[in-house]
Ligand binder design. Structure first.
Ligand code: HXC
Length: 510
């Protein structure tokens, strides 16, 4: 017996060494942790249960029969994050560059199947040279098996991808189908074809970092939802994110202990809106003041900054926040902000996370750039997402809610449950100046008359009361009471039940 136990330990030790000390040192020299070190940081101490530690590849071509590493380049299993179960896979770059073989894929698929069956999130730590070149089509088949499971798991369990090294070719498409992608600055990149192929095909000379580094994907392409300084920060932040999320689509989001009075007033909100309607203010300030302990987990902070999205807690329960940001492009909706917010609204709805919408929007951004880019279809995504969402929806209009953007931003007409407005709200088809120039075109030469018309229009429409008279606004609230009103609104909606008509699936404008 003793000998068998000694052999088991020896085999385990060998598996834990991955591709060997030389390659582990090389990994460390790049500022990267190993696959196992990453899992240790991600999960609660001692909670990791490994699967398939000894699984081996079956390839015999190109001398591969003699090159065996227990586990075949990916560490898989489950564990807990703050006591809540998650499944995890972590690619081991020290074994064939973390490349994906048939058996490597089988290991990932096994834990994806278990995650779906048992209702727990899947977290993928990606660090891979892509398809295992020696295995050819068997590797491609492995990818497709993973892709299919990403699709099946979408909306069933949260899927989170961390990109912690290369992620190239078809390897990018599994993360792309997950709910959130986070990258590590200066050590991770994602692209469909690398710099060499780009140079051959398009003559562009570009570095891997420029083509698919964290800055590119968080600021330009919006493929990634966030970027962190190093492995440790990335793993810590993913733990924080998981705390906000339900384990699956059959559960409510977790409720955490909170130490912040839900009735807490904040007098500074009564003066948040500047006297000049064209002067911006930071919507993050309002989010911080309504959230429990001011804690806001922002997603896609660097992209489409005219809209803010992320998670807060109110009375300990997770709430998704969508908020126009007046400091950037006056908080208007455009292609990028609509896409960004629409996907977030759909994530929240899929996982029963109530949505708080904070509105200060002068409308959709005009221009050929927007129209040629398909702002109609992209704007419709957000409209569609809000319209189909059945989770509790609370909306607060702080200032402008003009035109189509008023409708889109979780209005009463899109089944908003509580639609509040501050007394400073202006709910109208458009701003007073623009409206006057259309209605009173004949007076355009007479500046005095025009000024009179503008004042007249402002008095009539630049307020929340016309909408309130029609019941489109449920209540005009005092800004300082926003946290109390919103907390009470969500509390009253905890038992909300609303079903959409049966359909196979909808046809959201993609
Ligand atoms: C097998 C691989 C590998 C791969 C790397 N290695 N990529 N082995 N298949 N795809 C091995 C290397 O041979 C090396 O082995 C070790 O991993 C580390 O690689 P290095 O090149 O030394 O590391 P580095 O300099 O950091 O460069 C990393 C890299 C580079 C940029 C990822 O290795 C690379 O370009 N690899 C090939 C990428 C690629 O073309 N993949 C296929 C994409 S097509 P030793 O023994 O020396 O340690 C694809 C299609 C999928 O993925 C489609 C699905 C739909």
């Amino acid at each position: 017996m003793n000998n068998i136990l000694i052999e088991l330990e020896a085999r385990r030790d060998a598996a834990r060494m991955g591709g060997g000390q030389r390659r582990i040192d090389a990994q460390h020299a790049k500022g990267k942790l190993t696959a196992r070190e990453r899992i240790d940081l991600l999960l609660d101490e001692g909670s990791f249960e490994e699967f398939d530690m000894f699984k081996a590849h079956r390839c015999v071509d190109f001398g591969m029969a003699d090159q065996q590493y227990a586990g075949d380049g990916v560490v898989t299993g489950w564990g807990t994050i703050n006591g809540r179960m998650v499944y995890v896979y972590s690619q081991d770059f020290t074994v064939f560059g973390g490349s994906l073989s048939e058996t490597h894929a089988e290991k990932i698929c096994k834990i994806m199947d278990m995650a779906m069956q048992n209702g727990a999130p899947i977290i993928g730590l990606n660090d891979s040279g892509g398809a295992r070149i020696q295995e050819g089509v068997a590797s491609l088949a492995g990818y497709a098996e993973v892709f299919q499971r990403n699709v099946m798991a979408s909306g069933v369990v949260p899927q989170i991808s961390l990109i912690m090294g290369p992620c190239a070719g078809g390897a990018v498409y599994s993360p792309a189908m997950t709910d959130f992608i986070f990258m590590v600055k200066n050590s991770s990149y994602m692209f469909v074809t690398g710099p060499d192929v780009v140079k051959t095909v398009t003559n562009e000379i570009v570095t891997a970092e420029e083509l698919g580094g964290a800055a590119t994907h968080t600021k330009k392409s919006s493929v990634a939802d966030g970027a962190f300084e190093n492995d440790v920060e990335a793993l810590t932040e993913v733990r924080r994110l998981v705390d906000f999320l339900p384990l699956n689509n059959r559960q409510k989001p977790p409720v955490r202990p909170f130490f912040d009075d839900p009735a807490r007033g904040d007098a500074s909100l009564d003066t948040l809106i500047p006297a000049n309607p064209n002067q911006p203010y930071d919507m993050r300030e309002l989010i911080g003041k309504v959230a429990d302990e001011g804690d806001f987990y922002e997603i896609q902070e660097e992209f489409a900054k005219n809209i803010l999205i992320g998670f807060v807690r109110m009375e300990g329960s997770t709430i998704g926040v969508v908020a126009n940001q007046p400091t950037v492009l006056a908080g208007c909706l455009d292609i990028d902000s609509s896409r960004k917010a629409a996907r977030f609204v759909r994530f929240c709805d899929a996982f029963e996370i109530p949505i708080l919408t904070l509105v200060d929007v002068p409308g959709f951004l005009p221009g050929t750039g927007q129209e040629y880019g398909g702002v109609i279809k992209h704007g419709a995504k957000l409209l569609f997402a809000y319209g189909e969402a059945t989770v509790p929806k609370v909306t607060v209009i702080t200032r402008k809610a003009y035109g189509g953007a008023y409708d889109v931003m979780s209005s009463k007409h899109l089944r908003g449950d509580f639609n509040y407005a501050w007394p400073t709200a202006e709910i109208a088809v458009m701003g007073a100046k623009g409206a006057t120039e259309i209605i009173h075109r004949g007076d355009l030469g007479d500046s005095e008359k025009i000024a009179e018309h503008v004042t007249d229009y402002e008095e009539r429409f630049a307020n929340p009361f016309v909408a309130a008279e029609k019941g489109f606004i449920d209540e005009v609230i005092v800004p300082s009471s926003t946290r109390r009103r919103v907390c009470r609104a969500f509390a009253s909606l905890r038992g909300k039940s609303l079903q959409n008509p049966w359909k196979k699936h909808d046809n959201i404008p993609l």
